[in-house]
Structure formats: structure tokens, C-alpha cells
Design a protein around this ligand. Sequence first.
Ligand code: ATR
Length: 277
Amino acid sequence: MTLTDRYAVFGHPIKHSKSPRIHRLFAEQTGQTLEYSAQEVPAEQFRASVAAFFAQGGKGLNCTVPLKELAWSYADHKTERARLSKAVNTLALQPDGSILGDNTDGIGLLTDLMTNHAVTLSGIRILILGAGGASRGIIAPILEQSPQTLVIANRTIDKAVKLADEFHDKGSVTGCGFDDLANRQFDLILNATSASLSGQLPPLPADLLATGGVCYDLAYGNEPTAFVRWGQDNHAAKSLDGLGMLVEQAAEAFFIWRGVRPKTRPVIGLLNSERQA
Ligand code: ATR
């Protein structure tokens, strides 16, 4: 008897996760047979829940807020990009029974920006708002694209400065507070604060975005986020949310687990049309 390969996303809260839908669409499209469920797992139950999942034959897990750092500690070994980001969103059972930890968030963002939206990062001025886990995961992949400058601005200035210091050997990156953004301009502004979902925005000077610049909110919602609206109000050439990044990071996880790369555009298109409906 062959059992269907099982996958899941763990998080807290997890009810509104789009991951089961995305992975089922990928499976259908690529002709793969698998199950993918969403499981509510509070941080204190993380280790026991992951151990039980793999002990019962599970093949791979996605981990989301607030479990990515715990998943990083749990993994027996990690990819270089996961090691740098100190967070893991994908756990994969290996043939020898060990658990590999990877982080596909950074590549998910880059694929969405560069492939889906034709944004070139090399030589441009990039600003990241926020210095938490979401920022940490995208710094190294962005620096690999050789931007002219990368600035991390945060409410708690010290955190931005420390985070930038950690990556200084990978390229030109500095940390600062929001007040230091006066009289500066950027070609790409990424919002990696957790403020956007609650409708809040960091204090941003009106002329922060260069002419023809792009805004990208790592968060997404059925309605435009506060930051997407800020971009629209400040003449962004494109003001995007993180739905594309979500689908792209999922595609990368799917590839790690199944060795098959699903087409992402039809899935992004479908989810976009569903939220507009
Ligand atoms: P995540 O893992 O999603 O990045 P986090 O590690 O808690 O979550 O980080 C949240 C980020 O959003 C932080 O940079 C936080 O700023 P502080 O470091 O000063 O706390 C930022 N943030 C949250 N609410 C904010 C708000 N209302 N205005 C500006 N920044 C905010």
C-alpha cells in the first residue's frame, strides 16, 4: 500500500493561510499526489508537534509566524540562506531521516520583483522599513543583486544598525531611524514592518520615493495595505503587496520537496482575481 505524501503549514494563527490552497493548486498543475493541511500550532507546542508530524510519516512542513525562529533551531542542518536569515520557513525530511531547514522567503521576494514585475535591483537605491525577522530574511538575497545602496530604517534605531552590521561583508548596507530619511530618495521601498496589517505606517517623508520608484509591502491582504496605499498616493510606478512573494516562496518549497517547479503566474492570477471578486 502506498500512502499519500503529507505536508502541512504550522502557524499561530493559521486559519486564514492561503498555503494549503496554493500547494493543492501546484499539485494539481504538476500531476503530483499529495496532501497539504494547515495546523494551528502555538510556539510552546512547536517541537512536539513537528516531531509527531514527521514520526507519523510527514514529508515536509512550512512554518510561519511566530514559528520561523523555532524551526531554525529545530532543523538538523540548514541551507546557507537559512543560516544567514536565522529563520526557517521550510522543513524537509531527508532520505537519511534528518530534517533540512531552508528559507525560501528571500528568493520568493526576488522572483516576484524581478521576474514577475521586471524590477532590476542592481545599481538602485533600496530602503527596507523594519528590522525584525521579515527584514532579516531578505537582506542577503537583495545584497547579492548589487544595489547601489541598501538602507534599513526602523523605529528602534539600534536594531536597524545591528542588523545592517551583521551583513556589512555582503555589500553596502546601513541602518538608521525614520528621522534620518529626510532629504533622501529611494528607487525601491520595501515594507517589512508588522505595522501595515493593522493599518499603521511608519512616518515617511513625502518625497522619499524617487520618480518611477516602486513600493512593495511584504504583507498582503484582501484590501490594499496601508503601505500599498502610501505608494499609490506617492506616485509609485508600481505599488505591490506580498501575494506574489507568498506564491513564489511556496513554489520554491514545493520544488525542495517534490523536485518539480510549478508555474506560479496562473496561481498568482487566480488568487488575485479571487480577492478582487
Ligand atoms: P517580523 O518577524 O514580522 O519582522 P518582528 O520581528 O516583531 O516581526 O518585527 C516587526 C517589525 O515591525 C519591527 O521592525 C518593528 O519595529 P521595532 O523594532 O521598533 O519594534 C516594526 N513595527 C511594528 N509596528 C510598527 C509601527 N507601528 N511603526 C513602525 N514600525 C513598526
